[in-house]
Design a protein around this ligand. Structure first.
Ligand code: PLP
Length: 410
């Protein structure tokens, strides 16, 4: 008889986005004439730019010729991509990251989930609240989260509230913590930490031997100069932080799939007997055992993101989304709503008016204004009383949605 991993049975059955889809579908069935605008999606809508498409086409042709055909490649990524990442994303910014510290993968969702494979099950894990749900759910699956309580929290996780009350700056935990997930610019709140604010966390991690798992999926949306693009801009971070980066939101790769994780050789974990072990060694072992590399064609596409033409085209797309963010932010602010994020991130975090719940505000927007957002409470208990809007729609839909949102009577 084979037994299941019972931790999986603890995960709540329905998922936030399927609940939303169900409500929207029901509404559309009842009101087929309504023009429903979705500002809830976390997916990009613009197609891949030509520099990337051309690189993919060229790579496809290489696959058709015996002299240039590629089979299995290095699990960690081809040198041409790894070296391009090191040069452009790190060396050009004066950051000391070497090629054997980069692991190319099929996504940061996989990497932020799979990183748990190399972490002991007794570690105490902290998450900011609200949070990208993958960090929590993958710790539930491995057994580090414990049991779900009536207040929506898992009893073994440490939740660090990030709300308008603390300006979305997480306070250092007062209890013992071994691992902390930080995501900046943040999904879902769209807020960021300055270099000084992130330094507080790096110093804390150095003093307390805490491992920081830093998710930088939205770094390309940063517009302000005091916001770090990489945690390694903070002195000492090479000793305590693993960084996750993705081409998904940066370059429209949500359906193309490419990301990378940086595991500096200087980040150490400990055995039960106190012996130091490099996470780089462990992640290399895990990655080469369980993963066979990102397709050659996709790695050539990722490489093209760093060409002069690729950079320019990607920037134009990001500027387009950030213009949407500005329209949402300014439009809602002018109506007296409290709005956060949207300056260094494609996410806008709206405080619900009149003390409505997240779902109450969601229902109101859907039923009365035909606009879809994402209820903040779906991202954690501290998300209650907020709703997330995204800048990934078209300009036309964004403008139309904002003009409808201006009809909110608050
Ligand atoms: N990390 C964060 C914070 C995200 O919001 C997302 C996607 O929404 C991801 C990671 C997933 O990235 P990928 O598409 O590379 O798996």
């Amino acid at each position: 008889m084979a037994f299941i991993n019972e931790n999986y049975t603890k995960l709540p059955g329905s998922y936030l986005f399927s609940d939303i889809a169900k409500k929207v579908n029901e509404f559309k069935a009842a009101h087929p004439e309504a023009n429903v605008i979705r500002l809830g999606i976390g997916d990009v809508t613009k197609p891949l730019p030509s520099a990337i498409i051309n690189a993919m086409h060229a790579a496809v042709d290489e696959m058709a010729d015996a002299s240039t055909f590629r089979g299995y490649g290095p699990e960690q990524g081809y040198d041409f991509l790894v070296n391009t990442i090191v040069e452009n994303d790190y060396k050009a910014r004066g950051l000391d990251i070497s090629a054997d510290e980069i692991f190319v993968s099929d996504g940061s969702k996989s990497d932020t989930g799979n990183i748990g494979d190399i972490l002991g099950l007794d570690n105490i894990v902290a998450v900011t609240d609200p949070v990208y749900p993958v960090y929590v759910d993958t710790n539930v699956m491995s057994g580090r989260a414990g049991e779900l309580q009536a207040n929506g929290k898992w009893n073994k996780l440490v939740y660090i509230p990030c709300t308008s009350e603390n300006d979305f700056v997480p306070s250092l935990p007062t209890e013992k913590v071994d691992i902390v997930y930080l995501c900046y610019p943040n999904n879902p709140t769209g807020t960021t930490l300055t270099k000084d604010q992130l330094k507080v966390w790096v110093d804390y991690a150095l003093q307390n031997k805490v491992l920081i798992l830093f998710d930088g999926a939205y770094k390309e949306f940063i517009t302000e100069s005091d916001v770090p693009h990489s945690i390694y801009e903070i002195e000492g971070a090479r000793e305590v932080a693993i960084e996750f980066r993705s081409f998904s939101k940066t370059a429209g790769f949500t359906g193309t799939r490419c990301a990378y994780t940086v595991v500096p050789k200087t980040v150490m974990g400990y055995t039960k007997t106190g012996e130091k072990v490099s996470y780089n060694k462990l992640w290399n072992r895990r990655h080469t055992t369980k993963f066979n590399g990102v397709p050659y064609i996709i790695q050539r596409a990722a490489e093209a993101c760093f060409s002069a033409e690729g950079k320019k085209q990607i920037k134009d797309i990001i500027d387009y989304y950030m213009n949407n963010a500005k329209i949402i932010r300014e439009g809602l602010t002018s109506e007296g709503l409290q709005v956060y994020g949207g300056v260094n991130s494609p996410y806008i975090w709206v405080k619900t008016p009149k003390g409505m719940t997240s779902w109450g505000f969601f229902d109101y927007l859907l039923n009365d204004l035909h606009v879809v957002g994402t209820p903040g409470v779906g991202f954690g208990p501290s998300g209650e009383g907020y709703l997330r809007l995204t800048a990934f729609g078209t300009l036309e839909n964004t403008k139309e949605a904002v003009s409808r949102l201006k009809k909110i009577s608050i």
